[in-house]
Structure formats: C-alpha cells, structure tokens
Design a protein around this ligand. Structure first.
Ligand code: FMN
Ligand code: FE2
Ligand code: FE2
Length: 387
C-alpha cells in the first residue's frame, strides 16, 4: 500500500482480507489492517510488527522501503499477537536491531517471542529516543488496550503513534467512513477502559498532533479534531446521540412485532433518533456499539425458562463486560404464563453504574393487543422525556 505519511515516515503495514473474525469474535466485513511504520533517519526505527497471517508480507514491505539500510530499532507499542507475531522473524533477520518497549512489555515478552531480552531497551513515561532529526517521546497508555501499551510522539513531523487507540476494523483501503467501524472497534475492544482512555487523551492534548498513526485503520490527519471529540465522548461514557436503541429478542415474533410498532410510534412522536436491532440475527458487536451510542436503551424480550430469552441475556452480559453505564433503560417483556423477563433484565441493569431504569414498563401477554399499543404509546412519551 502506498500511503504517504511524511518524507521520512513510511507505511509498511499489511491488509488482511482473509480472517473472518478478529479476536475470534468480531465480524470483519471489510477485512483488517495491521499497521506498521518505518522512520528513516540517521537511525532507522520500525514501529510495531503484525499478526501471524501477515508477517512475510510485512518483512517484504520493510525490505523494499529500507533500500540498503538496516533497522536500528523495533518499537513495540503493544504486545498483543496482532502486533507482535513478527518479532522473532524480525530479530533473526536484523540481529543488531534493539527492541524498544515498556518495562511491562519486557516482563511479558517471553510469552510472545523467543528473542534475547538483553536486546530490549525499556522505556518509561517521557523517555526519548533520538533518531537524528526525529526524536520520539514515549507515554504510557496502560489498558488502552493491554497493560503494557505505550504510545510515542515524534516532535519533528508532529506524528502520534497511538497503538490501538483510534483504530478501526477494515483494511486501510476499505471504502467506508471512519466512525462506524471505529465505534464498533472502540466499544467492543477498548470500551471497558474509559478512564485510561481519558488519561491518554489528556496527554495527547498537550501535544501538537498533525498526524495519528494507529495500529489499525487509516492514518488520520484532517479529521483529528472530530476523532478526538468522539473519543472523548465515548471514553467519558456520554451518549453520542440523543435517541433510542431498541434491542429486541423474540422467540415467536410477537415481541419483534411490538418492537417494530414501537419504532414507528417513537418516530411519529418525533424522537430525535431511533435505531432497532433483532438481537437474534444481528451482529452482537454492532448492537453493543448502538447501545452505547444512544441516550436510551429499550430492551424488549420474551420471558424464557424463568429468566429472559438467551440472546437478550447475552447482550446484557456483553454490555456489562464493556462497563455499560450512565444511560437510561426502558424494559418491555412478553410472557405466556409466568412473567420473568423484566425482573431478570432489571436485576442485571441495577448492577451497573449510573443506570436509570424507567418506572413505566410494558408486559405483553403473547399477542400484542390494542391495550398494549396504548401502553407502548405511554412508554414512548416517557422515553422521549428522557432522551
Ligand atoms: C424454552 C422456552 C421457555 C419459556 N419460558 C417462559 C417462562 O419462563 N415464562 C413465560 O411466561 N413464558 C415463557 N416462555 C414463553 C414465551 O416467553 C412466550 O410464549 C412469549 O409470548 C413469547 O413471545 P415472542 O413471540 O416475542 O417470542 C418460554 C418459551 C420457550 C420456547
Ligand atoms: Fe490490542
Ligand atoms: Fe490491535
């Protein structure tokens, strides 16, 4: 991929069009990119390796850009296998190169590579690495998304090498906007660590950043202000949009019919934004993203084995994993003999931080009646007051 960064910083990452699921769970509609960068100065530094599937292509890209030079450093911003799989092959091919990483990463390194640890330079907050015209300053970014993560800033070209932060699903040549796949990536992969992302944003605010080079997705330039703004909203657990996300899990279709009706009612009543998903059929990661995106989450589900229908139960557990908080939640159930869905969902949400559960709920008895529609209308009024 010929991606221009600066005269002396080259893109040497690799697109992966083959892997079906990232981390064995996230659907890759448009593949994935494992980014890597080469800084050519008096000293030569490589920023990060790539995943198993891409190591050979990465080493080829590196060799092409190096010309007759050899790397002095491999900077390991993040040790997760999607960025560290090529460390051993690199270390063997370039035996004089040093590896630069955090002390935490050095401790974890033998789990990920067989390289001689005496080749490692461990860096801490504000340490620098002089390359010539370029000087890299390191900042810790623990838990964005693993404990050993560092980011680095090049003051010469004003580039932030941001590790997993600001990354997205999709190859770098994917024909799609940034925010949708970056949001799905953020909430599902980094979402639990809002506090740590806020800490990183505070550090970033002290830097004059012209370019962000993340480990996934496109290199960012003109869109940096809006990207930083979105990251601030997301990591503060603030809703991005005033509106409702209707998450529905229905066995026989009655609750789904009610959900579709509810979408219509909310739209007719002028709710600013209404999104809906059938949890039984749609990508759960997309539904997690939509749950976080909106100010109100409306969960509509069948009662099931004295609890709530499993796709809803799974969904709520996914939200819980990702520290879902600071939202309004409304609940609708369906029951044929012993209502249990609302009770079960309520108990799960009560366990989460700063969740307000609306008092008004609706319990449908198998088929949706005229009376139920009236109740849904009333619930819609309550929801709109809360968006
Ligand atoms: C395996 C199974 C377990 C169920 N458990 C309950 C239950 O514990 N309590 C209840 O009232 N209904 C239970 N139901 C019935 C459904 O919740 C009920 O028929 C409801 O109307 C389904 O709504 P739906 O058409 O949206 O799926 C169960 C249904 C199935 C298939
Ligand atoms: Fe990661
Ligand atoms: Fe990653």
């Amino acid at each position: 991929m010929d991606i221009k960064i600066t005269d002396s910083i080259k893109y040497i990452g690799v697109n992966d069009y083959e892997t079906d699921l990232f981390e064995s769970q996230y659907v890759l509609e448009n593949g994935m990119a494992y980014n890597s960068y080469l800084i050519l100065d008096e000293k030569v530094a490589v920023c990060d390796s790539v995943d198993r599937i891409a190591v050979e292509r990465w080493l080829d890209n590196l060799e092409k850009e190096l010309g007759n030079r050899t790397p002095d450093y491999l900077i390991v911003h993040h040790l997760e296998p999607d960025h560290s799989y090529g460390i051993d092959a690199f270390a063997e091919k370039y035996p004089d190169a040093k590896l630069v990483m955090s002390a935490n990463a050095l401790r974890m390194l033998p789990q990920f590579a067989d390289v001689d640890t005496s080749r490692v330079i461990a860096v801490k907050e504000n340490d620098t690495l002089e390359l010539g015209a370029h000087t890299l300053t390191f900042f810790t970014a623990a838990m964005v998304h693993w404990p050993e993560v560092i980011v680095s800033y090049d003051s010469a070209d004003k580039v932030l090498f941001s590790a997993d932060a600001f990354g997205k699903f999709g190859t770098v040549d994917a024909d799609e906007g940034w925010s949708c796949e970056a949001r799905r990536y953020y909430f599902n992969i980094v979402g639990k660590y809002g506090k740590q992302v806020q800490a990183l944003l505070k550090k970033a605010a002290t830097l004059d950043i012209k370019t962000i080079c993340p480990l996934h997705g496109p290199v960012l330039t003109d869109t940096i202000p809006e990207v930083l703004k979105l990251y601030n909203t997301w990591s503060a657990y603030e809703p991005e949009d005033r509106g409702v996300f209707i998450a529905c899990a229905s066995i026989h279709g009655n609750t789904l019919e009610a959900a579709e009706k509810m979408k219509e009612i909310l739209e007719k009543k002028g709710c600013p934004r209404v999104a809906m998903a059938d949890l039984c059929r749609e990508d759960i990661a997309e539904c997690v993203e939509d749950g976080f995106r909106h100010s109100v989450l409306l969960c509509m589900a069948s009662s099931y084995d004295g609890g709530v229908f499993a796709p809803m139960s799974d969904y709520i557990h996914h939200l819980k994993h990702k520290a879902f908080q600071n939202r309004k939640v409304a609940l609708v159930e369906n029951t044929s003999w012993a209502p249990s869905a609302i009770r079960t969902m309520k108990a799960e949400f009560e366990d989460m931080k700063d969740i307000t559960i609306l008092d008004k709920t609706v319990s449908i008895k198998t088929r949706v009646t005229e009376e139920n529609i009236k109740e849904l209308e009333e619930l819609a009024d309550e929801i709109i007051k809360n968006v």
